[in-house]
Design a protein around this ligand. Structure first.
Ligand SMILES: [Zn+2]
Length: 291
């Protein structure tokens, strides 16, 4: 069962999660979520913290005349301390498992007019996310926008396609695009190495990916070299793993790719800064030397 944050932000659309009677509070935790999520805000044009507007869990109790209102955490704590009778707990369980659709609304903590909406359906003992606004594509596009420069237009499109396919529960297809990004990074390093003294293109072409990465390791982000087995996982996904497994493994692999790209961005920024500082220092030296 995904955590509420995962259910809102990364759970693929229309993926049915079975609800087990013993853990019926998990779905209530989504429906009555009282916390925040971190996500790109279209209104602010940058990352923001969104506060849930979901109502508290509300039900009729045997003892009190009015309805009981509390968070799901409080309900679970009270249940552990036997503050609700088995009959009352049964009422809440039925509330959790009944067929319905529900919306969870969030407001940006900078500006309450900036909203997020997530739609869920509970049906036949399963819960699934069936919609959201803004769309996953719109949210993710902005979330990965910073990689456009380092990936180039074509690879960036492929990266957003990977994210979009995963969001629509297409696991193996998403892996195909992530693997292309990975291969693209190796190819960029290869192109830079071509022409170096002693470079043997034919021998390199015959190498397995692991050996290629070892050969190019001075030109590759450290995270990629350290976690080069990512490529084996991506390839296994395409050839051997099922849709569900690929969906489950997607997020860590995507984060791994982002780590690699983050390191590459950092390397480029440092190189550019070193160039600027070097040029400025040389200019001073020349000026002082000629004076
Ligand atoms: Zn905002």
């Amino acid at each position: 069962m995904p955590t509420p944050q995962q259910a809102f932000l990364t759970l693929p659309m229309h993926r049915e999660i079975p609800l087990i009677e013993a853990s019926y509070t998990e779905v209530l935790r989504i429906e009555h979520y009282q916390g925040t999520v971190d996500c790109h805000c279209q209104g602010c044009g940058r990352e923001a913290v969104f506060q849930s507007k979901a109502p508290l869990l509300t039900f009729r109790s045997g003892h009190s005349p009015g309805a009981v209102r509390l968070s799901v955490d409080e309900y679970e704590r009270a249940t552990r301390h036997n503050q609700f009778s088995p009959e009352q707990q049964f009422v809440v369980q039925q509330l959790a498992l009944r067929d319905r659709a529900f919306t969870v609304e969030f407001s940006c903590t900078r500006n309450g007019e900036h909203k997020l909406f997530f739609f869920f359906r509970v049906h036949d003992g399963t819960v699934s996310k069936v919609g959201q606004w803004p769309s996953v594509a719109a949210l993710e596009e902005t979330g990965i926008k910073k990689y456009r420069g380092v990936l180039g237009e074509r690879r960036f499109r492929e990266f957003s396609r990977a994210v979009g396919l995963h969001a629509h529960a297409v696991g193996i297809g998403a892996f195909v695009y992530l693997r292309r990004i990975f291969e693209g990074l190796i190819d960029t390093a290869r192109q830079a190495a071509t022409g170096e003294p002693g470079w043997d293109e034919t021998a390199f072409g015959r190498c397995r990916m692991d050996e290629k990465i070892q050969t190019l390791k001075a030109r590759l982000p450290a995270f990629l070299v350290e976690h080069r087995h990512m490529y084996a996982i991506l390839s296994k996904g395409i050839h051997e793993l099922g849709e569900e497994e690929c969906l489950d493994y997607f997020e860590p692999l995507k984060t791994g790719i982002e780590m690699i790209l983050d390191q590459e961005i950092e390397r480029r920024e440092l190189a550019a800064k070193a160039d600027r500082a070097g040029a400025a220092l040389n200019a001073i030296r020349q000026k002082l030397g000629s004076a």
